[in-house]
Ligand binder design. Structure first.
Ligand SMILES: [Zn+2]
Length: 491
């Protein structure tokens, strides 16, 4: 993989080599670079890439705050003894932890872990802050980075040793409230995918053997990528009392009895940007929904020497109107590039809507609009430019969502027996929906043969494969089925 973002244009094909194509889009659209030599697994997020993260952050942060969450910040280092305390609950991230052993020239008495996740440093403080039932529910969130020292090939936003995320941690009086909290956060993640990133998702639980260590339930939203693999989009964990017990999160109840709290944790990482880029982009480069695009509209004036003045003035007026209406617009009046070059560059960068303005548009009082995702163009009246542009931006969002939804709908297939599961996954990828007995061994068998796993088990109320009578049998072993499982290869 090269780190050359000078050359314009994507050379790899999306369907031929999705991985290489993806790496090229990330570089050439100016989203990220690889880290310094000797630091494989780290990336530098450039302003255009960071703007996408900020869009996700802003949308989610508003939702969190509307629902009782406060932001806080905890140290990036965790004393080894704190991580040890968690061991009763969690067989942790040990091999993946990066350790600090020295401060300056001094060897530390106790090694410090660079946080792989922060339960073990946040929980003791929640324990301090919670005294009585009046302190509950308690909800804190932090936006930060975490480090997991996995030695795999770097894939920007999908696989990096350090990644950005948010982690929310809450404590509640009852198990029921903790479960409600878990589901509320899952709903908010689903909404960010569907309403901000234009990606439909499947929601459900991780199979019991794959839940977060110590959790009662891990819930997930899963997004299907164009190469037929599933991405775990965000997770929300119902932790029950295991962490509260390990870290003494207790409260005195109305009747003065000392009780143990019920906790949750939930997170989304910048992997959602990976899903965003991979889902919508094409062979011309990045494609973005207007919701997250740093520039929603680019105005490209097209002039000759004798028309330059009029065209520019008209284009400036249009850009000003849009800006005043709160639309993120760029006027590309650079002299040194011709319109064709500009078109290509803005397509590569994923600007959702282009407005072309030449002498004809000026004369007729019109605008030519071109949609980035499919090149559809429309000549519209100059009057009420902002209203017209807004409705075109909505149309572009709807197009992207519809395409992703069509892809997802076509990639969920039912299978009733082992041969069908293996054959379907092998031929098509995507999701295979099958009745499942609940045993990990049945997943292992599929995993060993085709590297696919159970990425999701639908919630019971969403489970339409199992009839009321539960007479289905497990697609792998033939024993009575308990649940429906979605098998897929995954990121
Ligand atoms: Zn089975």
């Amino acid at each position: 993989m090269t780190d050359d973002d000078q050359e314009l244009g994507i050379t790899e094909s999306k369907s031929h080599d999705t991985g290489e194509w993806y790496a090229e889009v990330v570089q050439k659209a100016g989203l990220a670079n690889y880290g310094p030599e000797g630091m494989s697994g780290f990336i530098v997020t450039r302003p255009r890439g960071y703007a996408l993260w900020e869009a996700v952050q802003n949308a989610l942060d508003a939702k969190f705050k509307e629902t009782g969450v406060q932001n806080a910040y905890f140290p990036m280092f965790i004393p080894e003894s704190y991580l040890e305390r968690e061991k009763d609950v969690v067989e942790g991230f040990d091999p993946e932890v990066a350790w600090v052993t020295h401060g300056g020239h001094e060897e530390l008495e106790e090694r410090l872990a660079v946080r792989p996740t922060s339960e073990s440093i946040i929980a003791p403080y929640i324990a301090r802050w919670v005294r009585s039932h009046r302190d509950l529910p308690l909800r804190v969130n932090q936006w930060c980075s975490v480090v997991r020292w996995e030695a795999t090939e770097t894939k920007p936003f999908f696989r990096t040793k350090e990644f950005l995320w948010q982690e929310g941690h809450t404590a509640h009086e009852t198990d029921e409230e903790a479960l409600e909290e878990t589901m509320l956060r899952l709903d908010q993640y689903e909404s960010v995918y569907e309403d901000v990133l234009a990606i439909p998702v499947l929601r459900g639980q991780k199979p019991p053997h794959d839940k977060f260590p110590g959790a009662k339930t891990t819930t997930t939203v899963e997004a299907l990528m164009p190469d037929g693999k599933s991405v775990q989009g965000a997770t929300s964990h119902h932790l029950g009392q295991s962490f509260a017990e390990a870290f003494d999160i207790t409260f005195s109840d109305v009747d003065e009895t000392e009780r143990t709290a019920h906790t949750t944790s939930w997170g989304i990482s910048w992997r959602c940007l990976g899903a965003l880029i991979m889902t919508h982009s094409d062979e011309q480069g990045l494609v973005l929904p207007p919701t997250v695009a740093p520039e929603q509209v680019v105005v490209v004036p097209i002039w000759q020497a004798d028309t330059k003045e009029d065209v520019l003035e008209y284009a400036e007026g249009v850009a000003e109107d849009l800006e005043e209406a709160g639309i993120r617009v760029e006027l590309d009046d650079r002299d040194e590039h011709n319109p064709g070059f500009k078109f290509n560059e803005h397509e590569l960068h994923g600007v959702p809507l282009r407005i072309e303005i030449g002498p004809n548009e000026v004369e007729d009082g019109e605008l030519t609009l071109v949609h980035r995702p499919d090149g559809e163009s429309d000549v519209v009246d100059r009057a009420d430019a902002s209203g017209t542009v807004r409705s075109h931006l909505d149309e572009i969002y709807a197009k992207l969502y519809a395409a992703a939804e069509e892809n997802l709908d076509g990639e969920i297939r039912e299978a009733d027996d082992r041969a069908e599961i293996l054959g379907t996954l092998g031929r098509h990828g995507g999701y295979v929906e099958t009745p499942w007995c609940g045993e990990e061994a049945c997943e292992t068998e599929i995993k060993e043969q085709i590297a696919a796993e159970i990425v999701m088990v639908p919630f019971e109320e969403d489970d339409d494969l199992l009839g009321e009578d539960h007479e289905e049998t497990c697609g792998v072993c033939g024993d009575p089925a308990e649940r429906t499982a979605y098998f897929a290869k995954s990121y």
